[in-house]
Design a protein around this ligand. Sequence first.
Ligand SMILES: *Cc1c(COP(=O)(O)O)cnc(C)c1O
Length: 424
Amino acid sequence: MSPETLVKEPFLQSDESSPFSGDRFDSYVMTTYGRFPIALERGQGCRVWDTEGREYLDFVAGIATCTLGHAHPVMIEAVTRQIQTLHHVSNLYYIPVQGELAKWLTEHSCADRAFFCNSGAEANEGAIKLARKYAHEKLNIANPMIITARDSFHGRTLATVTATGQPKYQKGFSPMMPGFHYVPYNDIEALESAIAELDANERQVAAIMLEALQGEGGVRPGDIAYFQRIRQICDEKGILLILDEVQVGMARTGKMWGYENLDIEPDIFTSAKGLGGGIPIGAMLCKSFCDVFEPGSHASTFGGNPFVCAVALSVCQTLEAEGILANVNERGEQLRKGLSAIAVKYPHLIAEVRGWGLINGMELKADIELTSIELVKAAIEKGLLLVPAGPKVVRFVPPLIVTAAEVDRALEALENAIVSCESR
Ligand SMILES: *Cc1c(COP(=O)(O)O)cnc(C)c1O
C-alpha cells in the first residue's frame, strides 16, 4: 500500500457512512476487549473528540497513562526532536538519554538502578526474574516463592497473570506458572501465617509483591501499618519487597511514588503507565544490593530506546518544573470532596469514595443492580469518560494537569449520569 492510500484511508474514518468501528473494526482486530461504542480521534489537554465530533472530558487518560493530557507541547517537542535525531538503535550500544532517564528516576526515588522495557507486565516480569535470580544466588533458595495479594493486578503475560490474584484473568490459560502464593490484601496475620507455612520445611519465600494501592482491583489504598510491618518482616527475614507502581507511580497519588504514602521503601519497584505520558515504556528499578543481573541476564530489543526515553524524560522534567504534584493534591481533594457530596445525595446507590491524589474510586452499593459499566456508559452519554475498576467501582484517573473547572464539570456530568441511571 502506498503512503497516499494510507493517508486516504485513516484507521478511524470520520466519514459517517463508513466509520472504522463496530463490526467493521472487529472483523480485522481480535476481540480481546469489550469496547465502549465510541471511536476517538483527537485530543487536547483533558478533552478528546470522537469521530462524530462529540467532545468528552477525559477522566481515563488512557488508563492513568496520559500524565500531561493530550497533545502537550512538551511532548510534541520531545517526540519531534528525538524522531528527527535518532529513534532506535538497540541496546548493543550506549544510549545517553536512557542513562539520563535512569539518573532522573533514581534521583527521584529510593532505587539505585533501572532496567527499561515496554509495558507494565514486562516490567513486572523483570522484577520476578530479578527476585528469583537473587533468591538462587544470594539466599540459596531452590524453589523461590513470591507472595502476591488477592484482587491484585500485575499484567497479562503468563508470569504476571499468575502473579495477579484474580481467577477471572487466569481462566483458560492453565497451567499457571509455579512459584506464586496468594494472600488477602491488607491482612497482616494472613501474610505472616503464609510465610510461616511456606517456610515450615525449607526456606522458600523470596519476595512479596504488592501494589501500594490496588488499582484494577477496585482502587483500594494500602494500609500504612500493614506495609510498615511487611517492611519489618522483609528486613528480618531477608525477603525482597517488590512494589508494582505501574498505575500509582509517577505522581498519580500526589507523591512521586505510591510507596511514599506508606512511609516505606521497596527493594524493587516497577513503573509504566504514567512514565511516558502515553508513549509505551516500562521500567524496573531496584536497590543496588539486589541487582544480580549481569550482561545476558535479561533484555528487550525496544527497551529504553532513544525515542521513548526522550519523551519520558520530558514528562518527568515537566512534573517537576510545573508544580504538578501540588495540582494533583489540590484537584484530588476537590474531586474526592465532590464525589463524597454526591455519595451523600445518593446513599442508596453509592457505598464509598476512596483514593489518593488523582486516583479515586466510587464504589456502588453491592445490593443494587447498577454496575460500574452501566454508570460508565451513562457518563459517556453525558460527555465524561470514566473507567471501571471491577464490577462495582468506577475509577477517576484524569491527566495530572486537570484544572479546577474541569473537575467541577466532571462532577456535574457524573451527577447527570447518576440521575439518568436512576430514572431508567
Ligand atoms: C496496568 C497495570 C499492569 C500492566 O501493565 P501493561 O502495560 O498493560 O502490561 C501491571 N500492574 C498494574 C498495577 C497495572 O495497573
